[in-house]
Ligand binder design. Structure first.
Ligand code: FAD
Length: 288
């Protein structure tokens, strides 16, 4: 098993306490030398300014390679491109380009009258600037709006052909789910790297609800294991073991890069990374 490259996803903090938590998370994970870290963009564009600020601050202060998520919900093409230009001007040249989810309570995605109609249009426009490395979302168990798996893979191909460089998947709980998807993508002629999105289970009840919303299936063995672990108060141990096992299976199958959904909590992600051999680089001055 080779040591993987890793990347970490954060969300922008909404208040001072959350800012400190994000910074602690960054400090804790930065020594693992991530390939990039990314900052999400709230559903419906609700955290536009917070995302911008968090991205700029991390870029300036952390020394990490920062990628900004960008969606086209509730914004005209001009506004969306202006935000992207703002990132470029701040020295941020990596984006995760998404159509985005509408704000809570609305009925599905409605393009802005002067906005991008879908993610492919957004990706084409961003790629046309020549300023960005572009990553996009991918769905190993199909996106809830996709007609079927084949249609979803074909749509992903269109996103890559529109100029995306890599894809990051929705989270999943069994390595086999990702491997089947990787095969389907290869068969469809997708040759861009596909990074598995890995969610260490920090809060089992919350993750179950989240999985239902995203269309991520929760295997019966996982439910049983967490029921037992809850009784014994050993959820974190179980979460670390399960996540490490799944990642090891992926690495054994030739995956070389893992993207962790940290939810701004460093502990489980750090423990899984350590177990996979991703450890802080030792500095000579600290040894002497
Ligand atoms: P797309 O892939 O463009 O569309 C979703 C699916 O709908 C497609 O897979 C395709 O099957 C179907 N589809 C859509 N349009 C068409 C069409 N015209 N023709 C045929 N099929 C179509 N959301 C946020 O709000 N903020 C974030 O920061 C954020 N980060 C994310 C990061 C990752 C790695 C992932 C996987 C998701 C993230 N999301 C985020 C969630 C994402 O916005 C939602 O899943 C959204 O519903 C789809 O966005 P997308 O760009 O993946 O859409």
């Amino acid at each position: 098993m080779t040591t993987p490259q890793v990347s970490f996803e954060f969300f922008p903090p909404q208040n001072l306490e959350a800012s400190f938590r994000l910074w602690d998370t960054v400090q804790s994970l930065a020594p693992l030398n991530p390939r990039f870290v990314s900052v999400t963009y709230g559903a419906g564009g609700t955290t536009r300014d917070l995302t911008r600020e968090a991205v700029a601050t991390l870029h300036k202060s952390s020394g990490l390679n920062v990628a900004a998520h960008l969606t086209c919900v509730n914004a005209s093409k001009a506004e969306t491109l202006e935000i992207a230009e703002g990132f470029a001007a701040a020295g941020v040249s990596e984006l995760v380009a998404l159509r985005g989810d509408p704000p809570k309570g609305s009925n599905g995605f409605e393009p802005h009258p002067e906005g991008f109609a879908n993610s492919v249009e957004l990706i084409e426009a961003l790629a046309g600037t020549g300023k960005f490395t572009i990553r996009v979302g991918a769905y190993p168990e199909k996106h809830p709006e996709a007609a079927d798996m084949q249609a979803d893979v074909e749509w992903l191909k269109r996103k890559i052909d529109a100029g995306a460089n890599e894809a990051i998947t929705q989270f999943f709980f069994e390595a086999e789910t990702f491997l089947r998807f990787r095969d389907a993508c290869a068969k469809a002629g997708i040759d861009a790297p596909i990074l598995p999105g890995v969610l260490p289970i920090e809060n089992w009840k919350g993750v179950r609800k989240f999985a239902e919303r995203c269309g991520t299936s929760v295997p019966a063995w996982l439910i049983e294991a967490f029921e037992k672990a809850e009784r014994d108060n050993r959820e974190d141990l179980l979460a670390t073991a399960i996540c490490t096992e799944m990642c090891s299976e992926l690495l054994d199958e030739g995956v070389d890069s893992l993207h962790f959904y940290t939810l701004n909590r460093p502990e489980l992600t750090r423990d899984v990374c350590h177990a996979l051999g991703v450890t802080p680089a030792v500095k000579l001055e600290n040894v002497a």
